[in-house]
Design a protein around this ligand. Structure first.
Ligand code: FES
Ligand SMILES: [Fe+2]
Length: 324
């Protein structure tokens, strides 16, 4: 198949896993950033991410590797590496080879744990982070529900999925909006804030959306993008829903998209129904976008018309996450 995307993988913080998926001593093999990776949680509880292949003779640390204290031990000959990829132990040698002892011989990635997820910083030239993952107070709060999660693997790139918010015209064709959403986009460094007033079908008391096309209301959607890999959406009607979207490059042609939702525990039953219906609408919405993303290609010099949204502005903002 022809290559549809020529962009490099952008740099930034990208979600790897839910925190609950990685218990102490657990080892996982992952494929992100067009690399084979190993994620593990040490005895002290730190999540660490390394490239997967052992520098000794090339075994995959994610297939049979085990946690020993703060290290991961290779399944092939037992060499142990710390979270920086420095060799700390060769069980059958009198001395660790100096090259492996004095410096990292496996690429390591900065990792943070926030919003019930484990995130890694990816930069093709290994530059250190220049921003942070936004903490979302509602996720993990006692007053808010445990997260509901949805995920998809899509043949597209991070830049394309983000363009959705700027592409106001597609809401009428892909999402059956009766008119184009009116909004305001502000870009401030790595953050992009979109305030949309969206005309949407009313939800009835059973939580069903009006299908007659006659009953509409406006909802305010506040969405904040923090770098390329994190979106936070707050939807406020009479009820509240908070959604965190994460998007992680698998390689330069595909991504792993996750939506995480939380709602206030103390909502009335009716508002709970509304909140769940809104969540289902958001999930249904992205499932309308996916067939387009899975099959389209990137047009570098699009022919735009006066009704199109701030697509050029969005692309200029996104370009800050490409290393060259
Ligand atoms: S290949 Fe890893 S210890 Fe030998
Ligand atoms: Fe969309």
């Amino acid at each position: 198949m022809a290559v549809r995307y020529e962009q490099a993988i952008p740099f930034g913080w990208f979600a790897l896993a839910y925190s609950s998926e990685l218990s102490i001593g657990e080892v996982k093999s992952l494929q992100y950033f067009d690399r084979e990776l190993v994620l593990f949680r040490t005895e002290s509880g730190e999540a660490q991410l390394l490239d997967a292949f052992c520098p000794h003779l090339g075994a995959h640390l994610g297939h049979g590797g085990t946690v020993k204290g703060e290290h991961i031990a290779c399944p092939f000959h037992g060499w142990q590496f710390d979270g920086d990829g420095v060799c700390r132990e060769v069980p059958y040698a009198t001395a660790i080879p100096s090259r492996a002892r004095q410096q990292s011989t496996i690429e390591s990635y900065p990792v943070v744990e926030r919003n019930a997820m484990i995130w890694a910083w990816y930069h093709p030239q290994k530059k250190p982070p220049n921003f942070e993952v936004d903490a979302i107070a509602e996720i993990g709060s006692r007053e808010w529900t445990d997260i509901d999660v949805y995920e998809w693997k899509i043949n597209t790139i991070v830049q394309e999925t983000g363009e959705n918010g700027a592409d106001v015209a597609h809401f009428m064709f892909v999402h059956s909006s009766p008119e184009m959403p009116k909004g305001e986009v502000t870009m401030n460094g790595v953050k992009r804030t979109t305030l949309l007033m969206n005309k949407v079908p009313k939800i009835n008391e059973q939580g069903e959306t009006d299908a007659t096309g006659e009953d509409w209301e406006f909802i305010e959607v506040n969405s904040v993008n923090v770098g390329p890999g994190q979106t936070i959406q707050r939807i406020t009607r009479a009820f509240e829903v908070v959604m965190m979207g994460t998007i992680t490059p698998i390689d330069d042609q595909s991504v792993h998209l996750r939506f995480v939702f939380t709602m206030p525990r103390s909502q009335t039953d009716m508002n709970q129904v509304f909140a769940e219906a809104t969540r289902d609408n958001i999930v249904g919405g992205v499932e309308q976008d996916i067939p387009i993303w899975n099959n389209k290609r990137y047009v570098d010099k699009p022919i735009l018309c006066d009704g199109d949204g701030p697509i050029a502005k969005y692309r200029k903002w996104f370009s800050q996450f490409y290393a060259d």
